[in-house]
Design a protein around this ligand. Structure first.
Ligand code: GN1
Ligand code: MG
Length: 363
């Protein structure tokens, strides 16, 4: 069976047979494969879940189901109009399951496509302000999720100590033989290691709580409508307990970068303080009521931390021989590493200003 027929056969498990169904690639994720499906006047997103990375698909899907149902209920209670565009909706298989496993063992899921929506890779301060409010609201809505804690879909996902351990093992093993030319950057990582493990330390001391976080607050995980108002946040694979500074930091890492995450021209890469400020104001508008002083005082640190963490993750994958992230060319992970390092340096240079901005925004 060719690839397209295979995709159509998978779609039919969720929506039944449709001879005229259209399936096309969608989005820029580094992990899962996404497709847009059109069947009559209905539109869906089909995704192949990367099972090497999300080892327990059942738990993953159950998290998403709980999170989306909880948010849906809140929105309905608040009388928010157009709820179907304000939260993701999982489409079960015809047998009522939240995912489908095909004959070669791949896992698939389907969601409703959110109509007339768009995402941005680059934004302006006004959009950053709205995105900040959206992520603040997201954390707030999930604060009273009933029942068991959510599963950690990827254990130790934003745990810097664990990430550094994995990094050091990769350096030791030097599997792809790439270490010689990158020794300088290994030192840059080690020089900052202690500072960057501060969150775990604060947590152990009981000073920094874990809350339900999105854990992939990339700028393009926010959907806007045609009038540039936020519809909802998407990509809920990693919603799990974590530090709020992570969610704050990952948005700044992606949304307040004047260049791209993998920019080949490092001159393009730096922090845009106007976007930083707008996001901080929007986020804190909705979140200041439930955050502690320690959380607020560490938001700007979160921007450094998540950039450093992403640098470490790309670098680890490069040293390992590119087994985790999809790459577009052989040195892609190294380019990503260098671009994240450049951003980190810019964040370090501007750290005092960022601290001041957060302080003002929290008033
Ligand atoms: C991955 O696939 P995507 O773009 O949603 C990664 C994030 C990284 C990001 C870097 C499960 O997200 O943690 O920050 O790439 N997701 C996972 O661009 O590892
Ligand atoms: Mg993601």
């Amino acid at each position: 069976m060719d690839e397209m027929n295979k995709l159509k056969e998978i779609v039919s498990q969720f929506i039944g047979d449709d001879m005229n169904v259209e399936v096309n690639p969608l989005g820029k994720g580094h992990i899962n494969d996404s497709y847009k499906v059109v069947s009559g006047d209905k539109e869906y997103v089909l995704q192949r879940i990367n099972h090497n990375i999300f080892k327990n698909v059942h738990q993953l899907q159950s998290n998403i189901q709980r999170v989306t149902e909880h948010i849906r209920k809140k929105l309905e209670e608040q009388g928010v109009p157009d709820v179907d565009r304000r939260v993701l909706t999982l489409v079960p298989t015809l047998d009522g399951a939240l995912y489908y496993q095909d004959t070669i063992g791949d896992y698939w899921r389907v969601m409703d496509f959110i109509k007339e929506s768009k995402s941005y890779d680059e934004i302006n301060p006004e959009l950053a302000y709205r995105a900040g409010m959206a992520f603040g609201d997201f954390q707030k809505m999930l604060a009273d999720l009933p029942g068991e804690p959510l599963f950690e879909t990827i254990p130790n996902f934003h745990n810097m100590e664990a990430r550094l351990e994995t990094f050091r093992e990769a350096v030791k093993a030097n599997k792809a033989g790439r270490l010689d030319k990158v020794a300088g950057l290994v030192k840059e990582i080690e020089d900052r290691a202690e500072e960057m493990c501060k969150a775990e330390k604060l947590h152990r001391e009981g000073k920094l709580p874990k809350r339900i976080n999105h854990c992939d607050t990339k700028v393009n995980n926010v959907l806007f409508d045609n009038g540039d108002q936020v519809l909802c946040v998407v990509d809920l694979d990693t919603v799990m307990p974590g530090y709020v500074l992570s969610d704050f930091g990952d948005f700044i890492r992606t949304g307040a970068n004047t260049g791209a995450e993998d920019d080949k021209n490092l001159e393009n890469v730096s922090v845009d303080l106007d976007i930083f400020e707008a996001y901080a104001k929007g986020y804190l508008k909705n979140a200041v009521s439930f955050l502690t002083d320690v959380e607020i005082n560490n938001l700007a640190f979160g921007a450094k931390l998540l950039t450093y963490m992403q640098m470490v993750r790309f670098f680890t994958d490069y040293i390992d021989g590119d087994t985790y992230y999809k790459i577009a060319y052989p040195e892609h992970n190294f380019m990503r590493t260098k671009a994240q390092f450049k951003l980190l340096q810019s964040l370090e240079e501007n750290f005092e200003k960022m601290q001041q901005i957060v302080k003002e925004a929290a008033r």
